[in-house]
Design a binder for this molecule. Structure first.
Ligand code: ADP
Length: 475
């Protein structure tokens, strides 16, 4: 099949989270299965800095934004996985320090930035060869594409993937003018939601197929608790909704070859993991010792369960436990952890940053990964942790529930520790269960090996998307 994959993130050139990893890995996996796949991305400043061999084409695309025409210049490059990449250059929109906003809030022109991007994606499809059959859209930033395809009666089939329902691209009604869609689209079966323009809803309503990134999350988002207001819309569209678990990129997250690690290790030779732990403790200026290390690599956001973590911190460090956290985001949590680390030297390591190196060091060098997310569409860090023999401690939700097998104290089976409901006491018990296994070295080693043997392949995920594309092509 011929597929054009449009996304607002692409690792390692432009990434804030899991979407970037998916945009890098899934097109490559589809290509390896014999499909023709191109990716289209806004030409952000970070992509300018990180991409090599970018070629300017003579293609420029002009689209109306309300009454005003705007033009993008198209550049091409090839990603580090060998996938053809189209870059949408419009400096006033994309040549900025961040993708979506700064610490003080989202960029105020995000509606314009991504409505423009969506329009250019549709036009680009008319120029590239082979002509795309499928436009694969991702999250609200590309949510308008299916509406444009329908309004213009274009022959493309559209697949819309929800990576996180909590971010919806909801804008005031006046921004509807920027879409240049016929007025009837500003209605509940179209792009309107409670008097506002909602680009996530637009994608869900108007795409031929809708997917999300784990089977469990595809069911959860149809409930009041997890639907972020759109549960009714998702129930109405349930006939075209499915969940496909993301894969993990084991070329990047393999402790046997990972160049970021102090020492490599594998299921056959685990000793290097201890060296990674030592190096990690030293990198965070924490004393070496026998006690367990709990690691976190995460956006500092309520979604990631930090209210439970903060409520347990005093108890954790009262035991022989060290906690290491890498993340950035919500200034409340940034301040909290900085202050906590200052008050408890030698017990807590905190780094407010986005660092690929430290992420690998923590995922490999910790004894357990903490990931108590309130909700989690898929989650990738727990997959990377398992590959590194670092059993995750997770809330039983979304992709965490689908990917981690709860440890069974009687049979010794499992790959991590799950807890429910979402309460401090339930997390406390899961941590205690993990610490009990830590104290029993043969059991700990068996658990690590079981976690390391789990595989979440992108090839398997790509096969799932193939079936969705086939459904989308069936009128
Ligand atoms: P989300 O997309 O909700 O942020 P995921 O677990 O799906 O969560 O993906 C997060 C990705 O971002 C993972 O690849 C993780 O390693 C990475 N990541 C998150 N925070 C940081 C950080 N501070 N530094 C480096 N990588 C990070």
């Amino acid at each position: 099949m011929n597929i054009l994959f449009a996304a607002s993130e692409l690792s390692p050139y432009a990434k804030t989270g899991g979407l970037g990893d998916v945009s890098a890995a899934l097109p490559a996996a589809l290509r390896a299965r014999g499909h023709s796949v191109s990716v289209v991305l806004p030409y952000y400043r970070s992509a300018r800095q990180l991409l090599e061999n970018v070629t300017a084409t003579d293609l420029s695309i002009t689209v109306p934004m309300g009454a005003v025409p705007h033009t993008a210049r198209i550049h091409t490059a090839v990603t580090d996985r060998g996938v053809r990449l189209y870059l949408v250059e419009k400096e006033e929109y994309y040549d900025r320090s961040n993708l979506y906003g700064t610490a003080t809030g989202d960029y105020s022109d995000n509606a314009s930035r991504f409505i423009f991007f969506s329009k250019v994606v549709v036009e680009l499809g008319k120029y590239i060869r082979p002509v795309p059959q499928i436009l694969h859209l991702n999250d609200w930033q590309t949510g308008l594409v299916p509406a444009i395809v329908r309004a213009q009666r274009l022959p493309y089939r559209t697949v819309f993937t929800i990576h996180n329902l909590a971010f919806q691209g909801s804008f005031w009604a006046f921004d509807f003018d920027l879409t240049n869609l016929p007025g009837e689209y500003f209605s509940p079966p179209g792009v309107e939601f409670y008097g506002r323009l909602n680009l996530m809803k637009a994608g869900i309503n108007l795409a031929h197929q809708v997917t999300t990134v784990s089977p469990r999350y595809s069911r959860e988002i149809q409930t009041l608790e997890f639907g972020c207001g759109l549960d009714g819309v998702l129930r109405e569209n349930a006939h075209k909704l499915s969940g496909i678990m993301n894969g993990a990129d084991y070329t990047k997250w393999n402790p046997a070859t990972d160049e970021y690690l102090a020492q490599n290790f594998s299921t056959r030779a685990l000793a290097g993991k201890e060296a990674c732990k030592k190096a990690l403790l030293s990198a965070f200026k924490l004393p070496a010792g026998d006690g367990p290390v709990l690691g976190m690599v995460s956006r500092l956001a309520n979604q990631k369960g930090f209210d439970l973590v903060t409520s347990l911190m005093d108890e954790l460090i009262a035991q022989d436990v060290r906690v290491i956290i890498l993340g950035s985001g919500d200034s409340f949590y940034e301040d909290y952890f900085r202050e906590f680390a200052r008050k408890h030297p030698g017990k807590v390591g905190i780094k407010i940053a986005f660092s690929e190196t430290l992420a690998h060091e923590i995922v490999a060098g910790s004894d357990f990964l903490l990931m108590p997310s309130v909700f989690e569409p898929c989650g990738l860090t727990q997959l990377y942790a398992m590959a590194n023999g670092t059993p995750p401690i997770v809330h039983e939700t979304g992709g965490l529930a689908d990917s981690v097998e709860n440890y069974n104290e009687h049979t010794g089976q499992g790959t991590g520790f799950k807890f429910a409901p979402y309460e401090t006491n339930a997390l406390r018990k899961a941590v205690q269960r993990a610490l009990a296994v830590y104290a029993d070295k043969p059991k700990l080693e068996a658990l690590r090996l079981a976690a390391m043997s789990k595989r979440f392949s992108w090839d398997g995920a790509a096969a799932g998307y193939e079936r969705v594309y086939e459904k989308a092509m069936t009128p």
